[in-house]
Ligand binder design. Structure first.
Ligand SMILES: [Zn+2]
Ligand SMILES: [Zn+2]
Length: 167
């Protein structure tokens, strides 16, 4: 999966799978349940190399509110440009931190690393097990989709008893 750009003429199609272990994503609230399948094309131009493709995986996320596992088809479509050396004239145009252009240290491009990077860049910020997930109780930590804990009622209780005392 390491492409030698120095010897690449024109373009190269790719279609491969990487296991979750190989990717070693190391994110606690996200797990790959299958291999990540990547397919696309490496296109070599004069000054830059484009990698265009899609990644498909069966993934499991933790619900942002209640932390229950949520299974989802995770699909990432990407289009990244890599440059091996910055031509003098172009230096001024390329801002450091330009999101769509990555600078390669040498002429080799590791597609597994591209897949790893694209998965991490495209992880959803929020995932909910259902639209109206009630989340965890702030007081006792109970999953409020499953248990109707009485923490909120307890909070109201003193006021009710105060009213009762007035009678
Ligand atoms: Zn939830
Ligand atoms: Zn509670």
């Amino acid at each position: 999966m390491i492409i030698d750009l120095g010897n690449l003429e024109g373009s190269l199609q790719f279609d491969f799978s990487v296991t979750a272990d190989e990717l070693d994503l190391g994110t606690g609230d996200f797990r790959l349940l299958s291999d990540a399948k990547a397919a696309g094309e490496v296109l070599k131009h004069i000054a830059q190399t484009d990698v265009v493709g899609t990644i498909n995986a069966d993934a499991e996320f933790d619900c942002t509110r209640c932390l229950s596992p949520v299974r989802q088809d995770f699909v990432v479509a990407f289009d990244v440009a890599y440059i091996t050396e910055i031509p003098e004239a172009a230096t001024a145009e390329i801002e450091p931190g330009d999101l769509d252009t990555d600078l390669l240290a040498d002429e080799s491009l590791d597609l597994k690393e591209v897949v790893r990077e694209q998965i991490l860049l495209n992880l959803p910020e929020q995932i909910f097990c259902k639209e109206d997930c009630r989340g965890l109780c702030q007081k006792c930590g109970a999953n409020r989709n499953l248990i109707n804990c009485i923490c909120e009622e307890k909070e109201i209780d003193p006021r009710w008893s105060a009213l009762k005392n007035l009678k």
